[in-house]
Design a protein around this ligand. Structure first.
Ligand SMILES: *[C@@H]1O[C@H](CO)[C@@H](O)[C@H](O)[C@H]1NC(C)=O
Length: 339
């Protein structure tokens, strides 16, 4: 008798487990499709919406200003230099306005707020994109002086906080959006200097801003680009600053690294940067545009294959794993090398 019941029982068990698996897969598909549809809902009325972008002289900010201008947005582009402003103005529609902005100067920010207030009128400001940033100097921590940190922090972190605080009243009026450009280096300190420190700060500032301003209908998104070819990753700038730092080191510190360390470091760095840096910066501006136009903007956008597949997953792993990988990527000082 047992031999008759067993195959039936076995069959029912297999059927049930297949059924459970099918249900899980169906639910996952349903959730993915639902997410995709929700993610593709857009707000309308672009031509009545004002967006203010910092750091439009080059790179992500410059491309985003042109891209949103073509879509019909009313773009106000903050540039650090006259040349940046003139060139951008010449390449865009008369709708786009440029202004000079130095994010480390509160008075300059206040002037920008006044200009934008006159432009937006009663509508308020729909979008603020905190994009302006600088990277150098980046390199070994021991080579830095305090001001090497503060000059980066003043632009990338204090600048972002100052601009955001001063623009909040206009954003509140429009129940608008804040888009902050952080970096994968705001999740993983791959390199010493102020850059990673500032981007971790941008992540923290954006998280608290999002939670606080949610009640007023303001949405906050964080962009986390991987390595892209812009002024921030310019090897000429990075290497010139490394040489300056090295030249300022006392001889005993230089000796502890070894005479060839600077050259080894720059060689390995340029090798990795050439592999990693992606030319297509529209991957980043696509994320920014989504954050400004989607009905349900995402909280975080990883931009670039390296961010999505390598750095962000790595940032969730235990420190001993990321320490190992970062140490493999950079040369060891001569005095500490194991033979
Ligand atoms: C920006 O403002 C700071 C503080 O006022 C000043 O030290 C710096 O030179 C300015 N930068 C430029 C490029 O004007």
């Amino acid at each position: 008798m047992v031999s008759v019941v067993d195959p039936v029982k076995g069959f029912v068990e297999v059927l049930l487990s297949h059924l459970a698996l099918t249900c899980v897969l169906l639910l996952a598909c349903f959730a993915a499709v639902r997410w995709y549809i929700r993610d593709s809902h857009r707000v309308g009325g672009f031509t009545q919406k004002h967006v203010f972008i910092t750091g439009c002289d080059s790179g992500f900010g410059n491309l985003l200003a042109r891209q949103l201008d073509r879509k019909g947005f009313r773009v106000i582009a903050g540039c650090l230099t006259e040349k940046g402003a003139t060139d951008l103005g010449a390449a865009t529609s008369p709708r786009l306005k440029t202004l000079l902005l130095n994010v480390t100067d509160s008075v300059s920010i206040r002037r920008a707020v006044e200009f934008v207030r006159r432009e937006v009128g009663e509508r308020g400001l729909w979008g603020l994109v905190n994009n302006a940033g600088r990277s150098v100097p980046i390199g070994p921590t021991e080579w830095m002086q305090l001001e090497d940190f503060t000059k980066v922090l003043n632009v990338n972190l204090i600048g972002v906080i100052d601009v955001t605080l001063q623009f909040l009243p206009l954003l509140k009026k429009a129940k608008g959006r804040v888009v902050n450009v952080a970096s994968i280096l705001g999740r993983l300190s791959l390199i010493g200097g102020g850059y990673s420190v500032s981007k971790w700060g941008v992540e923290a500032f954006s998280d608290s801003l999002r939670r606080n301003m949610h009640h007023f209908g303001i949405k906050v998104s964080i962009i986390e680009p991987g390595f892209f070819k812009t002024a921030v990753t310019s090897l000429d700038l990075i290497e010139a600053e490394l040489k300056r730092l090295w030249a300022g080191l006392p001889n005993d510190v230089k000796d502890s690294y070894g005479a060839t360390y600077l050259d080894d470091y720059m060689r390995i760095q340029s090798f990795s940067m050439n592999i990693l840096c992606c030319q297509d910066i529209s991957k980043v501006t696509w994320c920014m545009e989504h954050a400004l136009t989607a009905q349900y903007p995402r909280t975080r956008y990883g931009a670039g294959w390296d961010a999505k597949l390598l750095w962000i997953p790595l940032s969730y792993l235990p420190s001993f794993v990321s320490d190992f990988i970062v140490n493999v990527l950079l040369p060891s000082p001569k005095g500490t090398r194991k033979s």
